[in-house]
Design a protein around this ligand. Structure first.
Ligand SMILES: Nc1ncnc2c1ncn2[C@@H]1O[C@H](COP(=O)(O)OP(=O)(O)OP(=O)(O)O)[C@@H](O)[C@H]1O
Ligand code: NI
Length: 330
């Protein structure tokens, strides 16, 4: 186990309006170690982005509200920091990449100038040096430095996302929150961007929180994975545990809904039903209604998140039921 960089403990976040209370994140505990990539996987509305925004204190508030738990970065309680200290952390220690790269850049400034500005904010160096570094960085991500004076709209989405990722990593943050960074890109570009992220991550030793609904991306990028369902962690473990010793029916459902390597699409079984409305969560197991293994107990009692082998945690009354047939999705 490496050194702990971020520690989320018992985090609960609600979106509160006059009409309803949406329980977006419920009692989530997670840690990210130095140099580690933790994946957050789950379907739309599971609470992944809310967790990332909470880390940066960027929740839309109101209606968003942290109603319980703590987030510690390097042992400091993020929610007890002064505004000024928080700005320092946001700019220099933790950065975030959003799904739509275009929103990260200013449309009326050249791409080169924007990279230069960021470099100058983070390093003591002259304008000339910063310009040169910006050109170097563009080349690192496969964009000729001759394009320094072009504007964002002159680049493709894939190029822009590469630039945004390069900027984010070149500030050498300790922690990068990557929220579906390649979803907006087509498949081949996606692979290029992920490769680049892996290279840069290794080079700078950056820890990453990788948010995605794509288990393929998880397999390629992550050391450990947290599977999120209706705002709860339902399974947590390293890649080996999650992929080869799958213990939660929802995780299994995610695998079954993927085309397998052999392209045998007959096995494709999307999980039936919908995630419960976070404004109206069931009392017991949140996955109960969609779960083929559910019993009376699941309806009435919320299972605890239990460690079933070192570092492998699962929230299910019946986790042992289908582990006999494990790894059949590989
Ligand atoms: N600003 C907001 N106001 C009210 N409800 C919100 C707000 N932002 C998110 N929610 C609700 O909180 C829940 C969790 O949303 P969140 O965006 O964190 O999920 P997600 O896992 O990131 O989903 P996606 O994969 O679609 O990005 C959802 O029910 C969503 O509708
Ligand atoms: Ni999201």
């Amino acid at each position: 186990m490496g050194e702990e960089l971020l520690k989320i403990d018992d985090l609960s976040v609600y979106y509160i309006s006059r009409e309803s209370t949406s329980k977006a994140v419920n009692h989530v505990s997670l840690t990210i170690n130095k140099g580690e990539t933790l994946g957050l996987v789950g379907e739309t509305g599971a609470g992944k982005t809310t967790i990332a925004l909470s880390i940066l204190r960027l929740l839309d508030s109101p209606p968003g509200k942290l109603v319980g738990g703590t987030i510690e970065y390097k042992g400091m309680d993020i929610y007890r920091l002064k505004k000024r200290e928080m700005r320092q952390i946001r700019g220099f220690e933790i950065s975030m990449i959003f799904q739509d790269p275009m929103t990260a850049l200013n449309p009326v400034d050249t791409v080169g100038e924007q990279i230069t500005e960021v470099i100058r904010l983070h390093r003591q160096c002259s304008r000339m040096e910063a310009r040169k570094l910006a050109g170097d960085m563009m080349e690192t991500v496969g964009i000729p430095r001759e394009r320094y004076d072009e504007y964002p709209h002159q680049f493709s989405g894939g190029m822009i996302q590469r630039i945004v990722i390069a900027i984010a990593l070149a500030c050498s943050p300790e922690l990068l929150l990557a929220d579906e960074p390649t979803t907006a890109l087509d498949v081949t570009i996606q692979a290029q961007v992920l490769d680049m992220m892996n290279d840069l991550k290794k080079k700078f030793g950056t820890s990453v929180l990788m948010i995605t609904h794509d288990l393929g991306i998880i397999a390629e990028m992550c050391d450990r994975v947290a599977v999120i369902y209706a705002g709860e962690v339902v399974e947590l473990g390293d890649l080996e545990a999650i992929f080869h010793h799958t213990a939660h029916p929802y995780t299994k459902g995610l695998f079954d809904s993927l085309p397998n390597a052999a392209g045998d699409s007959k096995r494709l079984q999307p999980i039936k039903g919908l995630m419960p409305d976070p404004a109206n969560l069931p009392e017991g197991c949140k996955f109960c209604e969609r779960c083929p293994y559910a019993t009376q107990e699941c309806e009435s009692a919320l299972p605890e998140l239990r460690e079933i082998s070192p570092g492998h945690l699962v929230r299910c009354h019946h986790h042992s039921c289908f582990r006999k047939g494990e790894a059949d999705h590989v």
